[in-house]
Design a protein around this ligand. Structure first.
Ligand code: 4NP
Length: 151
């Protein structure tokens, strides 16, 4: 299972989701931004610091821009907010049926409809708490899916 996390800049939310979910699931994971502003840069310092507090190293990641080819390269594309989802869907190649979901769909009990952007809110820990809960839900959903396939 190849999973791609997508946010706006690919320096806060999606690299954090990539790092958290990689540790949790062992799945093949990547992240990208719908905007190209930070291409080639490592995750934002305050996000790296907040993740490091939890034992998650993001320093080797580099930002890249989301593109149409990602629909073919990944099995599941996860957006951090509704704007990301819309920007992703606008690039879907004709006939492609790759699933694109909101990350918060995997933690319905929290009642959140997006991962708020800590680049603006400055709440890096809060974003990581939400990312952690969504990553747990996604891990469970994928495990349930692979169990169903075995049955
Ligand atoms: P991200 O946060 O989408 O979670 O990576 C942002 C980072 C940078 C900018 C916007 C959002 N920016 O405007 O530079």
């Amino acid at each position: 299972m190849k999973v791609l996390f997508v946010c706006l800049g690919n320096i806060c939310r999606s690299p954090a989701a990539e790092g958290v979910f990689r540790m949790m699931s062992g799945a093949t994971v990547d992240s990208a931004g719908t905007a190209g502003w930070h291409v080639g840069k490592p995750p934002y310092g305050p996000m790296q610091a907040a993740a490091a507090q939890r034992g998650i190293a993001l320093g080797d990641l580099r930002a890249r821009q989301f593109g149409r080819g990602d629909f073919e390269a990944f099995d599941l594309i996860i957006a951090m907010d509704a704007n990301n989802l819309e920007d992703i869907e606008a690039q879907r190649p004709r006939g492609n049926e790759t699933s694109v979901r909101l990350f918060t769909d995997y933690a319905p009990d929290l009642g959140a409809s997006e991962v708020p952007d800590p680049y603006y809110t400055r709440d890096f820990d809060g974003a990581l708490d939400l990312i952690d809960a969504c990553a747990k839900g996604l891990t469970e959903a994928l495990n349930a899916q692979s169990r169903d396939k075995l049955d």
